[in-house]
Structures are given as structure tokens and as C-alpha cells.
Design a protein around this ligand. Structure first.
Ligand SMILES: [Zn+2]
Ligand SMILES: [Zn+2]
Length: 345
């Protein structure tokens, strides 16, 4: 199979011909139909994720067709169109059994704990617990765009963010996950404000539902305070940099709720104003993807047209172009969602 692979962190990423993976018990092998390029791929490549072993095939948001079924798998057969959350739970522990596989202690993650989906084939472990059927009304491209960013944003706002209609929701970072959060917040009847340094990203945020856009910089916090009349009820940091997290938490009003979804470089963590967290009763939450159990609610909103993730997809590239884009997703994050067609070198 064709695949992207690298031998060292921060080193060259190459298009290689590799053997297709064998199918372990409980797993399925998917023929990948689309794979999303994501900043988390950059974190893994940069060496921020201790789960990654070398050489490594990246890619963790994908759609595919079941190509081979391992022993013990009961719910799936070849030919089914599917996707999966980027956190794949074990399917057996107390968290998995209560629909909270996103915090499973025995989780696997294609593209981190084993070879990922920037390849013609990918393995999904504990398939009965983790695969999500994709209906005919949802394209491969849309299904691939859900696995990480859209699902992550959906759960951040519906879960820990507990967003209600009419509330101000500040979204810092208008890349794939941030734009998803803006679109979902608008669909929930909330009032999203997008913050980014890129005019193109802000224009896209406005197009998918941001009520206001603010250019990142020294005056951002002041502008948001004016727009919201003293601060937002909810903030989301979709970037994961000390400055973006500090801005997002700093623009909350009293009893505001922050949701952190952008991943940090472990060597560069934000400093929280704990005095304000306590005195203003701020809630600082993490949100880590979304379990397969929560997908039906999201898929229904897409099927009935309430959410349109396809509006976020800006282009599809082959593997070679993806290899050159991946190392730059940190300094030059793509506007919207870039998908990879793994059959194209
Ligand atoms: Zn991702
Ligand atoms: Zn589990």
C-alpha cells in the first residue's frame, strides 16, 4: 500500500510502498477513502506524543470501507462504509461501557499508538465498540472530517461547554476545529466570536456563522469585552498555545466555562490566573474527542441539514502534497479542512 511514513521526529516525511497491515483479533482493516490532515499530526511528528513509536505512519481522522474483519468481531462485515472517533476505546472498561470511551485508560489511537490513515489501509481495534456506520446521505469526505475536529468541537460545546442558546462563545483559533466550533455554536443558537491572526480564517469563520470576528493581538481581549458586554459565557481554545489559552480564559465573565481542546507542547504550558479562577468561579475543562456512542446525535444533525461540515472542506490533496504540508500545519495551518486521498501519490 502507499503510505506516508517518517523515521524520526521532525525528520523527512516520505511516500512509501509498505505492506498492508494484518488484522488482529477484534479489529478491522479499512480501505481508507479519505483522511484528514490535522495539527495533531504535526504534534506527533514533532515528538510531543509519547505513544508514537518510529517509524510512524500518521493520520487519525478517516473514513473507509471495511476490507477485512478480525476474529471475534460481531457487528461488522466487509463492504460497510464507516468512520471512527480518533480515540478508540477498549470496549470493556467502566468508561467504555458507559459511553465515555474518549477517556478509556486502554484506548488505542490509529495514527498515534499504531499506524494511521495517511495510507491506503488502516487498522481500527475493538471494532465493535468504535466503528460508526456512515449512511448513504453522508459523503466519505464529510465522514473523514468528523473523526477528530468536528466531533471534538461538537462534544466540547454540548458536553463540558454546556452551551445554551443566546450565550457568547469565544473560539480562539479558526482552523479546522475552531471553524467547526463556530459552526456548531451558531447551530445551537449561541453567538460565536472567532479570534485568529489570519484574515482568511476570519472570513471563513464569518461565512460559517461567527457573529463577530476579532483579530488576534494586543487589543483582542478589549474588543471581546466590548462585544460581549463584559465577557463571554463560554470560551474554547482550539489552538493550544499559552497565549491562546490565556486569552480564552481571560475573556470569560464570572462563572464562565472554558473548554480546552487545542493540544499544548508539553514544554510550553499556559499560566492560569488562579485568583480569578477561584474568585470568579471559572470552570476550566478539558475535552478529548468524542466516543462512538455520541455519534448518532451528530450524524442526525448532519443528515437533516442542521450542520454542514462539507462547507469546511477546502481541498483534497495526494500523499506527496500532504507530506509537504504536514510539517507546516503549525506555522501555516490550513484554512478549513484539507483531506488526503491516500490512493494518490
Ligand atoms: Zn485531528
Ligand atoms: Zn475502555
Amino acid at each position: 500500500m502507499l503510505a506516508l511514513q517518517y523515521d524520526r521526529f521532525g525528520g523527512p516525511i516520505e511516500v512509501r510502498e509498505l505492506p498492508a497491515p494484518d488484522v488482529p483479533a477484534g479489529a478491522v482493516r479499512l480501505k481508507v477513502t479519505a483522511s484528514g490532515l490535522c495539527r495533531s499530526d504535526w504534534h506527533a511528528w514533532a515528538g510531543h506524543d509519547t505513544d508514537v513509536t518510529l517509524p510512524h505512519v500518521p493520520g487519525h481522522e478517516f473514513s473507509g470501507v471495511v476490507d477485512a474483519v478480525g476474529s471475534g468481531v460481531e457487528r461488522w462485515r466487509t463492504g460497510r462504509r464507516v468512520t471512527a472517533p480518533f480515540v478508540q476505546g477498549c470496549g470493556r472498561c467502566r468508561w467504555c461501557l458507559t459511553g465515555q470511551a474518549q477517556v478509556c485508560p486502554d484506548q488505542t489511537q490509529a495514527g498515534f499508538t499504531h499506524a494511521g490513515s495517511h495510507a491506503e489501509y488502516v487498522i481500527v481495534h475493538a471494532a465493535d465498540a468504535n466503528l460508526v456506520a456512515v449512511g448513504d446521505d453522508i459523503s466519505d469526505q464529510v465522514a473523514a472530517s468528523l473523526g477528530c475536529r468536528f466531533a471534538t468541537a461538537f462534544r466540547a460545546l454540548h458536553g463540558p461547554g454546556r452551551v445554551r442558546a443566546g450565550e457568547w462563545v469565544v473560539v480562539v483559533g479558526a482552523g479546522g476545529v475552531g471553524l467547526s466550533a463556530v459552526m456548531i455554536a451558531a447551530a445551537m443558537g449561541a453567538r460565536p466570536i472567532a479570534v485568529d491572526r489570519s484574515p482568511a480564517a476570519l472570513a471563513m469563520a464569518a461565512a460559517v456563522g461567527a457573529e463577530a470576528v476579532v483579530t488576534a493581538g494586543d487589543r483582542a481581549a478589549e474588543e471581546i469585552a466590548e462585544l460581549t458586554g463584559g465577557g463571554a459565557q463560554v470560551s474554547v481554545d482550539a489552538v493550544g498555545h499559552p497565549s491562546t489559552a490565556e486569552l480564552a480564559i481571560g475573556v470569560l465573565r464570572r462563572q464562565g466555562r472554558h473548554v480546552q481542546i487545542g493540544l499544548f507542547d508539553p514544554a510550553s504550558l499556559p499560566v492560569l490566573d488562579w485568583g480569578r479562577v477561584i474568585g470568579w468561579e471559572l470552570q476550566v475543562n478539558g475535552s478529548h474527542g468524542m466516543s462512538a456512542a455520541d455519534y448518532p446525535q451528530l450524524l442526525d444533525l448532519i443528515s437533516n441539514g442542521r450542520l454542514c461540515p462539507q462547507e469546511l472542506i477546502t481541498r483534497t490533496v495526494g500523499l506527496s502534497e500532504a507530506a509537504s504540508l504536514l510539517p507546516r500545519t503549525d506555522i501555516a495551518p490550513p484554512t478549513g479542512v484539507t483531506l488526503i486521498d491516500p490512493t494518490r501519490a
